[in-house]
Design a protein around this ligand. Structure first.
Ligand SMILES: CC(C)(COP(=O)(O)OP(=O)(O)OC[C@H]1O[C@@H](n2cnc3c(N)ncnc32)[C@H](O)[C@@H]1OP(=O)(O)O)[C@@H](O)C(=O)NCCC(=O)NCCS
Length: 201
């Protein structure tokens, strides 16, 4: 099957949104579904789509930092943060992910950047990045918990309702935190281990 990687065009918007929604439904990588196509105003970006059989079957967006550390975890130089990445499930087995990453690297180089970060809460994507040989740069748990009495009181208890708190902690703290607080475990609000990877070029 022939796969073409090309730049995203404005006229792709509706199709991009539909393909994005399908990819989002098969991965734990995203916290929210989106109703507007991100445009990364004020930032340089690489926005690519994979085309097969005349339609969009994969996509990736990278936003580049204006200042080191603004978006990425590592801050030794300005990096690119890969925010959107995936392909339709029925197009598995064609290495579309690799083609999208390679094309992003080429564009990043042209723009004068030398590193990309990939962060994901999706276990399959974590295995995939590790398998590609990307270097792990960090991990943390992301979880939602009920507000404690002290937080409720600090925030006008009774006037401001706190549905839940969205929190982050290091893996070594997680066993204790899990015991100590009321963690929300039901899907789609369950906790996830988020792992960051980078590639340099
Ligand atoms: C990540 C993703 C883009 C990779 O898709 P792909 O490039 O089509 O991958 P392929 O099916 O062609 O597989 C390519 C290779 O990677 C391997 N691979 C694919 N998924 C893997 C996984 N979850 N774990 C380990 N290896 C994996 C395949 O075995 C294959 O290896 P081979 O070349 O030795 O045969 C795809 O799984 C995806 O779209 N996932 C959902 C969206 C997502 O979670 N994105 C990450 C957002 S952070």
């Amino acid at each position: 099957m022939e796969i073409e990687i090309r730049e995203y065009r404005e006229e792709d918007e509706q199709e991009w949104m539909r393909v994005h929604a399908i990819i989002l439904s098969i991965s734990h990588a995203w916290n929210y579904s989106i109703q507007e196509r991100p445009n990364y105003e004020g930032y340089e970006s690489t926005r690519l789509v994979a085309i097969a059989e005349g339609r969009i079957v994969g996509l990736t967006d990278t936003q580049y930092e204006n200042e080191p550390g603004e978006l990425c975890f590592l801050n030794d130089s300005r990096g690119g943060y890969v925010l959107e990445f995936g392909r339709l499930p029925e197009f598995a087995g064609h290495n579309i992910g690799r083609l999208l990453i390679d094309a992003t690297v080429e564009d990043a180089k042209r723009k004068g950047f030398h590193r990309l970060e990939f962060w994901t809460q999706d276990r399959a994507a974590q295995r995939y990045y590790a398998r590609l040989g990307m270097r792990e740069i960090g991990r943390h748990y992301r979880f939602r918990m009920k507000a404690t009495e002290a937080i409720d009181c600090a925030l006008e208890k009774g006037r401001i309702g706190i549905e839940y708190l969205y929190c982050v902690c290091l893996p070594e703290e997680w066993p204790r935190i899990k015991q100590q607080y009321e963690i929300i475990t039901r899907h789609p609000l369950e906790p996830h281990l988020c792992i960051g990877y980078e590639i340099r070029f």
